[in-house]
Design a protein. Structure first.
Length: 506
């Protein structure tokens, strides 16, 4: 690749990937580096900010060494909803809390049940849920007041990386729209949210557009990465909105679905749009591109659980063997339903209380039924998200999908059947990293608009729903949906009892 390139830097939950793209959207050199997600106690999901920074620098160095042509700049994608507290010298006081950290479940439930909970969601675009920094801040204030009082700054993981690489304390409108602290209608920190959190605007980074171009890398970072000092750095955005961009799902009515460890469904709209029922989020990408949709906690993790718990005998080939088992059972599993809430759940209910459950189990059911019901449960949960998106007034007429599940023909077909829509699978792009590079190209004047994404992304396959299976899933969906409310009293009881019910013996 000898043409001018932009580096898409995707800071993910468990790894960072950097990919070089030319202005035609062709990928070139790539490198990834992983880091652990630590769970020292139930409900906690923490990372070391320095390990993530080191991974970013490693990836930049490797890709810079491998590209032939000049690097026009780099642009960031980042996991959303992270939170780090810094002291007065900008040193981390806390780990980086990921979206999966649910320690603030009690604070979120309390805030969500209050008179202002839904109003807060409508102003900030972020559901009141322990994934978000707002409830996490309340947790720190209540549970770790010594740390809370010492924190001079609160920011996300990408903000920390940018601070260290560019010596600028800034954040973008996209990641800020996932904090529960920014008014998406005014693009400014929300006074009521700050009051609830117990912090001031001065403790947060400066808010800037996602296309803002920073002066460049610090000299030390340039030496570490091999990039020239002053290489332009585009602030970038959250990985969710950028995944839509990377899939070419930027036009109104064209939605993007991804299933990895978790899952999500999003559609772009031209201005902030808030669901009056509180079922979906609204996150910024650019001034004229906003992502409306919902994320689910339980995607591929459900299949991983099924392999460990239901089919340990399958060993290293568990995923392939599990899908073969699921494929031997007809749609609907003979009336067996699984609520796949192994990690509680986000959209469209946004509660940390739910737990997984099998409903309708009979003596005739075998493990193949349990495996298929688990996958069907993930698809049905995404169908509830799709319903919430449409109920909020958003048109969804096309669907593009990506993620680890896309390698399985069975799972592709099951999702199309459950959603009742054709699903197109794009060819070859890395989703969020490509989205970050495209955003960078627009910011640097290399492409006229990010809307060119729709023409750059080629479709490799389209899966159409089977009418009979779709009818089965549509008939089961109301039953699936009503189980959440029916079991909520049980979930509350289990939350109270859980501390006295250890998983392992002494």
């Amino acid at each position: 690749m000898s043409a001018q390139v932009v580096l898409g830097v995707d800071i993910g939950t468990t790894s960072t990937k950097v990919v070089a793209y030319d202005t035609e959207g062709r990928p070139g050199a790539t490198h990834s580096a992983g880091y652990p997600l630590k769970e020292p106690r139930p409900g906690r999901a923490e990372q070391d900010p320095e390990q993530i920074l080191a991974a970013v620098l490693e990836c930049l160095r490797a890709v810079t060494d491998a590209v032939d042509g000049p690097v026009a700049g780099l642009s960031f994608s980042s996991a959303m909803h992270t939170l780090i507290g810094l002291d007065a010298d900008s040193r981390p006081l806390t780990p980086s809390l990921s979206w999966a950290d649910s320690r603030s479940g009690e604070q979120a439930e309390r805030l969500r049940a209050s008179a202002g909970g839904l109003a807060l969601h409508r102003r900030t675009g972020t559901p009141v849920h322990p994934m978000a920094p707002l409830p996490k801040l309340i947790w720190f204030r209540e549970q770790q007041p010594e740390v809370f009082s010492k924190a001079a700054t609160w920011l996300g993981i990408k903000d920390y990386v940018v601070l260290r690489m560019c010596e600028a304390l800034v954040t973008d409108h996209s990641l800020a729209s996932g904090t529960g602290l920014m008014d998406i209608h005014r693009l400014d920190w929300d006074p009521e949210a700050l009051r609830l959190a117990g912090i001031t605007a001065e403790q947060l980074p400066e808010l800037l557009p996602t296309t803002h171009v920073l002066p460049g890398l610090s000299r030390a970072t340039a030496e570490t990465t091999g990039l020239p000092a002053g290489t332009p750095v585009v602030l970038g955005a959250g990985d969710g909105p950028l995944a839509n961009l990377g899939l070419g799902a930027v036009d109104p009515g064209v939605a993007a679905c991804s299933i990895g460890t978790s899952g999500a469904l999003r559609v772009m709209v031209e201005k902030p749009a808030v669901d009056p029922l509180g079922g979906v989020f609204c996150y910024a990408l650019t001034e004229n591109h906003w992502a409306v949709g919902g994320a689910i906690n339980n995607g591929g993790i459900v299949l991983d659980w099924a392999g460990t718990s239901l089919a340990p005998d399958l060993g290293d080939g568990a995923a392939e063997g599990l899908l073969a088992l699921a494929g031997s059972v007809p749609a609907g599993c003979g009336g067996l339903i699984m609520l796949p809430y192994l990690l509680s759940e986000r959209a469209p209910h946004w509660s940390s209380l739910p737990r997984g459950a099998y409903i309708g189990l009979t003596r005739e059911h075998r493990r193949e039924h349990l495996v298929r019901a688990a996958i069907e449960g993930v698809c049905q949960q995404l169908a509830l998200v799709l319903h919430s998106m449409r109920s909020a007034g958003n048109e969804v007429r096309q669907l593009r999908a990506t993620g680890g599940f896309a390698r399985s023909p069975l799972w592709r077909q099951m999702l199309a059947d459950t959603l009742g829509m054709d699903i197109s699978f794009p060819e070859g792009h890395e989703g969020s990293s490509f989205g970050a590079a495209l955003l960078g190209m627009q910011a640097l004047g290399l492409v006229p608009s990010i809307d060119v994404a729709a023409d750059m992304v080629r479709i490799s396959d389209t899966v159409r729903p089977d009418a009979s299976a779709s009818a089965t899933y549509a008939a089961l969906r109301p039953v699936f949906a009503e189980l959440y409310n029916a079991l909520m009293p049980t979930y509350r009881s289990l939350r109270r009892l859980a501390p006295s019910l250890p998983l392992e013996g002494s």
